[in-house]
Design a protein around this ligand. Structure first.
Ligand code: NAD
Ligand code: ZN
Length: 250
């Protein structure tokens, strides 16, 4: 592990541009369960039934009751952890430029990261399905479900649901960064949800060094990843940041 940390730190030192792709795993230590794997939300709820835009259009109140109310409760209590903070420290050292996150929890911004592409949107705001007006989620009353806009239309959280496409500006910018970076940190993602899972492949093909941080192997491990740091995001990023600091002094 120590050797791999050193290798990863060296790759971050020499890279002119580094981006991070993060997934639900980086927020596990903040108390937010991932979707897949042990304790994952999908063990209890069928995503196609409740996290699909068709389900929301058919019966928004039911999706709120089964899925969104619980999520809002968990997200509201969560605080950023050492994994999020490690990425902030790399940014402040000039060793990380942008984070592409699949998370909808806002914890990278809470920790202080400045350039975050929210690939799957955010729970921080909601939009009217009739007139398009966006509202800060804190301003929305959830006493009667589904929540409604002043125009009477149904409000939806600004997250990308199954059956929807990634906003084009996010997709294009993320692909452009992936194809031009020298190093990519892939943290806490099972790399199974497209098109996010394809970003490391684009980076690899363009010659970037792929550094993966995850307690378990993923489909990227040994195929796409050049360096795999097995372990929890918080602990591994703490060690990696210390190694980068050390190496930058030399
Ligand atoms: P995923 O649930 O498919 O995979 C989570 C990954 O994190 C797994 O590979 C697991 O081994 C790893 N992991 C578990 N604990 C970890 C830790 N302490 N440190 C580092 N890694 C750890 O998640 P995904 O790949 O992000 O894709 C699924 C979708 O889930 C995304 O679309 C995302 O929008 C959504 N999601 C978001 C949140 C959130 O906002 N926090 C939570 C759950 C799901
Ligand atoms: Zn409206």
């Amino acid at each position: 592990m120590n050797m791999q940390i050193q290798q990863a730190a060296m790759a971050l030192k020499v890279a002119r541009s580094t981006i991070a792709l993060t997934g639900a795993g980086i927020s596990v230590e903040s108390g937010i369960p991932p979707f897949r794997g042990r304790g994952g939300l999908w063990e209890k709820i069928d995503p196609m039934k409740y996290a699909h835009i068709d389900a929301y259009e058919r019966n928004p109140a039911e999706v709120w009751e089964v899925l969104f109310l619980g999520l809002i409760d968990v997200l509201g209590k969560a605080k950023s952890n050492d994994g999020h903070r490690g990425l902030v420290r790399l940014e402040s050292m000039g060793r990380l430029q942008t984070i592409v996150t699949q998370n909808i929890d806002g914890l990278h911004q809470q920790a202080g990261s400045k350039d975050v592409i929210e690939f799957h949107g955010t729970f921080a705001s909601m939009s009217c399905m009739t007139c398009g007006q966006a509202t800060d989620s804190h301003q929305v009353s959830l006493e009667v479900l589904p929540p409604r806009c002043a125009c009477g239309g149904v409000l939806r959280p600004d997250v990308v649901m199954f059956g929807e496409i990634i906003p084009l500006d996010h997709l294009q910018r993320a692909q452009m960064l992936a194809s031009t970076c020298d190093a990519m940190l892939v943290v806490g993602t099972s790399a199974t949800v497209e098109p996010a899972a394809y970003l490391p492949v684009i980076a690899k093909r363009s010659g970037a060094t792929i550094i993966e941080i995850n307690p378990e192997p993923t489909p990227l491990t040994d195929r796409i990843s050049d360096i795999t740091l097995l372990g929890e995001a918080g602990r591994v990023l703490r060690a990696l940041v210390d190694a980068v600091k050390h190496i930058l002094r030399d």
